[in-house]
Design a protein around this ligand. Structure first.
Ligand code: LMR
Length: 328
């Protein structure tokens, strides 16, 4: 690449974590929707690509497309089945049309913290979930953590009643829709890339997300504040195509899986730190964070947890029991 071409690429917002695959290398595209800095998924995807590009030089080459520059989450899984992209890491809420199994992760107050989520994902029940979409052509490789979700709006939120009548952006998940309805809010499914603009123009009043997403997308700029509800989890499944994986030479498949596993272990262990840094960055940038008393938080639990009853049968009480066993 010449310096001029590089400058042009940089000024255009340089989508690629690394570019320039050599002839004969297997080109691997990883598309995701978040930013890359101070973000668990952004950091992990870039590290995955760096390691593949260093350690598999001559065999394979990975290009990362962050910030929905290649696909948003509504398109990426179909594109993967078409062979147009090889890796993605959509949040677990985005797999609903492929499997209902991940609904357990969207149930409010299912997990006390990310350690409980980690324990459940690494249980036999959790590990089996990675293969729940193989018949549909998708293979779950690893779970990646992001964190617990917080609630924000264009007015202060202290009690669940404050959500009454608000239009709230949600991911396309029946569970999250039901959760917002339980609060008397009006859920509005919308792609991640559109949320900032929708908040800014008042198309929606609020949203729920993790500290790293609220920071990375600058939602705090266009909200009154964020209330630390920790009411649910937002985690990811690193997913690839069964057909594509099967088409790889065995040594490539093994090396790729090993690198991905090592990146997963390393970055999942660092997630609480990244989460805390993003939270602090919101404060440093002038964003408002409201903490709840135990009593106030209990009111959110009481308002939202009944949603479990609507989904317990589909999710399976036995799975819920396993998940709950990790809350200590
Ligand atoms: C969202 O749509 O809010 C999240 O799933 C985005 C992400 O990938 O963290």
């Amino acid at each position: 690449t010449t310096m001029t071409a590089m400058a042009v690429a940089l000024s255009a917002g340089a989508a690629l974590a690394s570019s320039g695959c050599d002839d004969g290398e297997i080109v691997i595209k990883f598309a995701h929707v978040t930013n890359t800095d101070k973000h668990p998924k952004g950091i992990a995807a870039s590290l995955f690509a760096d390691r593949v590009n260093n350690e598999m030089d001559g065999k394979a080459c990975m290009e990362v497309y962050p910030n929905s520059t290649l696909y948003d989450d509504d398109q990426v899984l179909e594109a993967m089945l078409q062979g147009d992209v090889q890796f993605a890491a959509p949040s677990l809420s985005k797999f609903e049309t492929f499997t209902k199994q991940f609904q357990i992760f969207d149930l409010p107050f299912m997990f006390r913290d990310i350690e409980a989520v980690d324990g459940f994902q690494n249980s036999e029940t959790g590990q089996k979930m990675k293969e729940s979409m193989v018949r549909r052509g998708l293979l779950g490789m690893e779970f990646w953590h992001n964190g617990l979700k917080q609630m924000s709006a264009n007015k202060p939120l202290t009690l669940p009643e404050d959500m009454q009548g608000l239009k709230i952006r949600v991911q396309p998940s029946d569970v999250i829709v039901a959760q917002m309805e339980a609060l008397g809010a009006s859920p509005q499914p919308m792609a991640f890339a559109e949320v900032y603009g929708a908040l800014q123009t008042g198309v929606v009043d609020g949203q729920e997300n993790t500290w790293s997403n609220i920071y990375g997308q600058k939602f705090y700029e266009v909200q009154d504040g964020t209330t630390e509800t920790n009411h649910g989890v937002l985690d990811y499944l690193v997913v690839t195509s069964v057909d594509w994986m099967d088409s790889l030479p065995e040594d490539v498949r093994t090396q790729l899986s090993t690198i991905l596993n090592e990146v997963t272990v390393e970055r999942n262990a660092a997630v609480n730190q990244v989460d805390a840094e993003a939270r602090q960055s919101i404060l440093d940038a002038g964003g408002v964070i409201r903490e709840l008393t135990d009593e106030q938080r209990q009111a959110w639990v009481d308002a939202m947890k009944p949603v479990w009853n609507q989904f317990a049968e589909g999710v399976g009480q036995d799975n819920i029991d396993v998940a709950q066993s990790f809350n200590g």
